[in-house]
Ligand binder design. Structure first.
Ligand code: A3P
Length: 310
């Protein structure tokens, strides 16, 4: 059964999340925790892989110790993560890599028991981030992706998300995206919200388009933010290990093991295209015109500027 959306403090969000809101809001971050926050489909998983590689000095084996969602838990979905049994190649892989303890309960208890510093993931808008992250001055890495590619990616992805309604058509979906009537709310409010806070708080703001164009520069910036100095060789190794092709073929980084009752990837896989400008395969000339006009009105008061792939 497809899930439903509701509204929480002005943000459209899954009922599956608001059902446990008190637990999520009271999440206890610790000194040294790193939070990767993004609007969905902005390169979260890619940044997670980069951060894990930086923190483990590019050790490929250690970064394959468990799937992304277990290495860097998703704080507002913890209660949905029931024990799963990895089967087939993922199961065989899990049992062969260092540190993997087999299927187990993945909930708040597991995250509380994780050693510091933890890397955590969220899609929550800036005003919905649990206050303990700010109280502990945790480092927050925010990744933003241009609106048209994000909408395109999200339309495909929402066909797999079981706790969101199923998109009816691209045309309707695009309108909902523009109104902010999709999971985790308005893209415009999300990207502007973090942009406005970035100099007041410990936030590193990164663009997906820069990750594509100059991965070396971005990875260096992220490493510096995390207090790590990378040699040229290590930097190049991390670029390679976090490339689309490498992650797509890595069962620990491609989300193929994500519990099926949350993400059903039978028709659309998570590592879809990873391209800049894929919106051109979806938008009609009329949709482009309407979208850009609406975009201008939403963004004109902000200093936040995106590279808009033409
Ligand atoms: P597409 O659907 O356009 O292919 P998130 O992790 O925030 O859900 O973002 C998923 C998007 O990032 C998907 O976009 C996915 O293919 C892309 N992605 C993941 N890893 C990537 C990588 N290493 N390089 C480029 N894009 C990547």
């Amino acid at each position: 059964m497809p899930g439903k959306l509701t509204v929480l403090e002005g943000v459209t969000i899954a009922e599956a999340i608001t059902a446990k809101w008190e637990q999520i809001w009271n999440f206890q971050a610790r000194d040294g925790d790193v939070l990767i926050d993004t609007y969905p489909k902005s390169g979260t998983t890619w940044m997670q892989e980069i951060v894990d590689l930086i923190l483990h000095d590019g050790d490929e084996q250690i970064c394959r110790r468990a799937p992304t969602f277990e290495r860097m838990p998703f704080i507002e979905l913890l209660h949905l993560m029931k024990p799963v049994t990895f089967s087939g190649h993922i199961g065989a892989y899990c049992s062969s890599v260092q540190g993997w303890k087999g299927p187990r309960e993945r909930g708040i208890e597991v995250v509380n028991a994780m050693p510091s510093p933890r890397v955590l993931k969220s899609h929550l808008a800036v005003h919905l981030v649990p206050p303990s992250f700010w109280e502990h001055n945790c480092k927050v890495i925010y990744v933003a992706r241009n609106a048209k590619d994000t909408a395109t990616s999200y339309y495909h992805f929402d066909q797999t998300v079981q706790f969101h309604p199923d998109p009816v058509s691209w045309e309707d979906y695009l309108e909902q995206f523009m109104k902010g009537d999709v999971g985790w709310g308005s893209w415009y409010d999300h990207v502007k919200g973090f942009w406005e806070q970035k100099d007041k708080r410990n936030v590193l703001y990164i663009f997906f388009e820069d990750m594509k164009k100059t991965p070396q520069q971005v990875i260096r910036k992220v490493a510096k933010f995390l207090g790590k100095d990378l040699s040229e060789d290590l930097l190049n190794k991390i670029v390679k290990l976090s490339s689309f092709e490498h992650m797509r073929d890595n069962p620990m980084a491609n989300n193929s093991g994500f519990p099926k009752e949350i993400l059903d990837q039978s028709k659309i896989v998570f590592m879809r295209k990873g391209a800049v400008g894929d919106w051109k395969t979806m938008f009609t000339a009329r949709q482009k015109e309407v979208f850009e006009d609406h975009y201008k009105r939403q963004m004109e008061s902000s200093t936040l500027k995106f590279q808009d792939p033409k």
